[in-house]
Design a protein around this ligand. Structure first.
Ligand code: EPS
Length: 397
């Protein structure tokens, strides 16, 4: 069975739970390494009130002993601090306020949601699951769930780092303000890490911040585009032989499934439509000393025929502006069918910097899946042997 993970948990429930299955044994992993990724997800100019309440920390409940993975399922728990304020509304106990029309918090304020937000899961989810309190949908649809995905990705990322595969994410557009760079991935990572918007172009950053302030003033939200670059990948992850083994498809699925993502492109992506083939495809050269093939351009974004080609993986994704608006859009009361303004829940003005961290970590998980499929093994030791054997085979090709 390949590497996989599942998450559970409502945004204002007790905790988020993650189970990662299929990690080989012998991988050193610490809670702090997972918590580092969780903290990165919480940052970013334009976040809302929730991130002031939470300080996400993963507790490893199983699958790790004395700092190393056992090969058994790894269970993680991330407590929601906000649960303290939501127990009465979110309790699983029969007879509590949950799910009924009397869902009130301690101050007596109703937490029932009857006015679906355009762009959110509220209306289709409510109709599909036959919930008339749309909180039963939004609690799970919330991007809070991505903390679980980041935690799973953090373990995958640690596995990849054992093989010197590194992942960098940065913002290239926020609300139409573009950030351009020709820096090397390592430098991009350093600069993005120091930026409140995870962007490397400080001039663009200033204009992005002004745009976020403008959106905040108007009760509005903003989207943007982030880019993920992966260095150190071997050739041959993924496969051309079957549709569901193509790595570009797997990466697109992982990234598209992040809340509010509306598009993914690899390498030159959509821009390649405006070019001749001779301008798009990356010519092939050979380095005799290192015994390796290489390219002088990387319009393919490191993927050809659904496989890594040994160049950097470059992927971009667009996030729509968040659908909860402090100045709400027109909606309908699902009970009375009368026109009503959409529900206003606490929200972020923008979360593209956070989405870029989530993107990095879901890409890490997908690459670790492909890596384990290619070099499949039960222990890190065996994995290393298979990996090195393949590199040798490539040099002798
Ligand atoms: C989020 C937690 C949520 C939101 C946000 C992301 O917490 P709360 O609903 O308590 O404010 O801040 O989710 C959304 C904007 C959304 O529409 O779901 C998080 O942990 O990232």
């Amino acid at each position: 069975m390949p590497l996989r993970f599942l998450t559970a948990g409502e945004s204002h429930g007790q905790a988020l739970i993650v189970i990662v299955e299929g990690m080989p044994s012998g991988l050193p992993i610490k809670e702090e390494e997972i918590n580092h990724q969780l903290a990165r997800r919480q940052m970013g100019y334009g976040r809302g009130g929730r991130m002031k309440i939470e300080q996400d920390r993963a507790e490893i409940l199983s699958g790790v002993r004395a700092g190393k993975t056992l090969g058994s399922p790894i269970a993680l728990k991330i407590n929601n601090k906000d649960w303290d304020n939501w127990q009465k509304v979110m309790s699983s106990k029969a007879g509590s306020a949950s799910g009924g029309d009397v869902a009130q918090d301690d101050s007596g304020q109703s937490k029932v949601v009857h006015h679906p937000r355009p762009g959110h899961a509220d209306l289709p989810g409510g109709m599909k699951y036959d919930h008339h309190d749309l909180r039963n949908i939004l609690e799970r649809a919330s991007a809070r769930e991505t903390a679980g995905r980041v935690a799973a990705g953090a373990i995958a990322r640690k596995l990849l780092s054992e093989f010197e595969i590194e992942i960098v994410g940065h913002l290239v557009d926020l609300g139409g303000v573009q950030s351009t760079t020709d820096l090397a991935p390592k430098k991009i990572a350093e600069k993005a890490e120091a930026s409140p918007l995870r962007t490397v172009d400080s001039k663009a950053e200033e204009r992005m911040i002004a745009k976020i302030d403008e959106a905040k003033k108007n009760g509005d939200s903003l989207g943007g585009i982030f880019e993920i670059i992966v260095t150190g990948l071997p050739v041959g992850l993924g496969s051309h032989v079957q549709w569901d083994r193509k790595l570009d498809g797997e990466l697109a699925r992982a990234v598209m499934s992040i809340q509010a993502i509306k598009g993914v492109e690899i390498g030159m992506g959509f821009a390649s439509a405006a070019h001749f083939g001779s301008e798009v495809h990356d010519e092939i050269f050979y380095q005799a000393k290192e015994k390796r093939f290489y390219r002088k351009t990387n319009n393919a974004g490191g993927l050809e025929g659904g496989m890594t080609n040994g160049e950097n993986l470059v992927l971009r994704a667009v996030m729509k502006p968040l659908s909860t608006l402090y100045r709400p859009l027109q909606s309908v009361n699902i009970m009375t069918k009368e026109p009503y303004q959409a529900t206003v829940e606490r929200t972020d003005i923008t979360a593209v910097p956070a989405a870029s961290v989530i993107g990095e970590n879901v890409v890490a998980f997908t690459l670790a899946q492909a890596f384990l499929e290619k070099f499949g093994s039960d222990s890190l030791k065996e994995l290393r042997r298979n990996f090195e054997g393949f590199l040798k085979q490539c040099r002798e090709f």
